[in-house]
Write a protein that binds this ligand. Structure first.
Ligand SMILES: [Zn+2]
Length: 247
């Protein structure tokens, strides 16, 4: 057994007994961890209301050896996720961040940069930034962090640059672009305009304030959404539950 101390975002809560919960956290230094929080459901419990979905906390937990649940011993609130007065998209966007962290990262596999980006994404969802683009930027970041960000530069077959070809499509199973000459009817792909590819690249590489600076047209947004959704579903091997609330 060892005592671990790190920062964490609470991404799932499950009842364990009348007074205890199993808390799944995405931690900065140890990746995803599930731990038993004894007494967490008591109003005056040992965690002083720090344990809440999407709260960022400084936690201490006891690592158990093989198979047994870790035990959460301390949770000190850093900040809560309370997008009060914001749109439902901001609220659902937060839940979606939790779902993505839960579904696309492995237990005990740390991604400190992704942790920091997730904290900033939750902050932005509580600001005036457009929530749907804030969420989309996070989707692209998490795909990059797990090595599944699609290639938006060139046709995956002939290698010609996206700018140099007409009739470019997004090829879901290969996670990249394919030109009309290399495309085959049996490939699962979706047409994508050059302007949309540019927007995807900018969203995937610029700093977090980009979400407030981009203004895709409704048609472009639809196309962006289609490409990012197919990349996320492919990486997750299912459709995330929260996605339908983010239209
Ligand atoms: Zn090609």
């Amino acid at each position: 057994m060892s005592l671990e101390k790190t920062d964490a975002i609470i991404i799932r809560l499950a009842d364990f007994s009348e007074s205890s919960r199993v808390v799944t956290m995405f931690t900065r230094d140890l990746g995803k961890v599930s731990a038993l929080a004894k007494g967490a459901k008591r109003l005056k419990g040992p965690f002083d209301a720090a344990i809440d979905l999407l709260s960022t906390c400084r936690v201490v937990f006891l690592r158990k050896s093989s198979g047994a649940l870790d035990i959460l011993t301390e949770a000190q609130l850093i900040k809560r996720f309370k997008p009060e007065g914001k749109s439902l998209h901001a609220v659902y966007g937060g839940y979606y961040v939790a779902e993505l962290l839960g579904g696309l990262t492995e237990d005990g596999d740390p991604h400190p940069r992704l942790f920091d980006e997730a904290v900033q994404t939750l902050d932005r969802l509580q600001s005036d930034a457009p929530p749907l683009l804030v969420v989309m930027r996070f989707e692209l970041l998490i795909l990059r962090e797990i090595g599944q960000l699609p290639e938006f530069d060139a046709c995956q077959v002939c290698g010609r640059e996206a700018e140099a070809i007409r009739g470019i499509r997004f090829w879901v199973s290969q996670g990249g672009l394919v030109c009309s000459e290399c495309g085959r009817p049996e490939y699962e792909h979706t047409e994508i305009a050059p302007g949309t590819i540019q927007l995807l690249r900018r969203l995937a590489t610029a700093d977090g304030s980009i979400a407030s600076r981009l203004a895709p047209s409704p048609g472009q947004y639809k196309e962006l959404r289609r490409v990012v959704t197919s990349a996320i579903c492919h990486a997750m091997e299912r459709r995330p539950k929260m996605l339908r609330y983010l239209k």
